[in-house]
Design a protein around this ligand. Structure first.
Ligand code: HEM
Length: 238
């Protein structure tokens, strides 16, 4: 079935390239998709609620968001486990999905999977009907007449195993209501959440880009000075 695995089509984000910057409006839309759809099954255990201030939420908004989540507590004296509403310093809590344990944490997924954001976008929008699926003109059912999607799994040619336990998470336009007037098509919601997960995996990306640009400028100046010094030192010798 290897032959029917499909590589993601490229996805261009404003954070790409050495000068790339995050688009906070897109990250906020992506966060909304994560919060309203993905967070039912996926945690972001390396992201604290207060990190959302980086993408333009106020302290007050962060408090409100945090309080919408229940975080686990553990009392070492009694051994009691309980939950309480989140505070800004907490991270997005682990989620359990019936029969699956915990679906993969999404904090590092944009780094962990080859293709990063493009893979996430392709996966989310890539569910197909295996009966009619073709690749390079070849029909899956013709090549593998016995192909069957196991119970509880879903056919997705962008997933390495072809069958994935995640049901299609984005199924209709308007599933999430955007506040900024952007039309919430499936494609848009999927791009936005992919952009958000790039930020989650590397919130300091802009600082890294700035340091890279500064280093290159420094090197250019240094090369100029070194060349000037070289010319100066060898001026009288020929
Ligand atoms: C796996 C993203 C919503 C359940 C994954 C993977 C990604 C992902 C990137 C990893 C695939 C891999 O291993 O390469 C998302 C996004 C969502 C979303 C961006 C929201 C738009 C959901 C929801 C559920 C869910 C709502 C539960 C109903 C799972 C499960 C897996 C998974 C069970 C493991 C699949 C397997 O290994 O077969 N998801 N997900 N996801 N997701 Fe989601």
């Amino acid at each position: 079935d290897e032959a029917f695995h499909v590589h993601p089509t490229p996805l261009h984000l404003e954070s790409d390239g050495p000068f790339g910057k995050f688009n906070d409006r897109q990250l906020q839309r992506g966060f909304q998709v994560y919060k309203e759809v993905c967070s039912a099954c996926h945690s972001l255990k390396h992201v604290a609620f207060r990190n959302l201030e980086d993408i333009g939420y106020s302290e007050g908004q962060v408090k409100t968001i945090a309080a919408e989540y229940q975080v686990p507590t553990f009392d070492p004296k009694t051994g009691d486990r309980d939950t309480r509403p989140g505070v800004p310093a907490d991270t997005f809590p682990i989620v359990y999905y019936p029969g699956q344990g915990s679906p993969p944490d999404l904090s590092m997924i944009a780094k962990a999977r080859e293709g990063g954001a493009a893979y996430i976008h392709a996966l989310i929008t890539g569910y197909r009907n295996p009966k009619t699926f073709t690749k390079d003109g070849k029909s899956l059912m013709k090549e593998f007449p016995d192909f069957k999607v196991p119970d509880g799994l879903h056919f997705n040619p962008y997933f390495a195993n072809l069958n994935i336990a995640m049901p299609p998470p984005l199924t209709k336009e308007g599933q999430v209501q955007y506040m900024d007037g952007t039309r919430p098509t499936i494609d848009q919601m999927s791009k936005d959440v992919a952009a958000f997960l790039v930020w989650a995996a590397e919130p300091k990306l802009e600082a890294r880009h700035r340091a890279g640009v500064a280093a290159v400028i420094f090197l250019l100046i240094f090369i100029g000075l070194a060349f000037g010094a070289y010319k100066n030192i060898w001026r009288d010798i020929k």
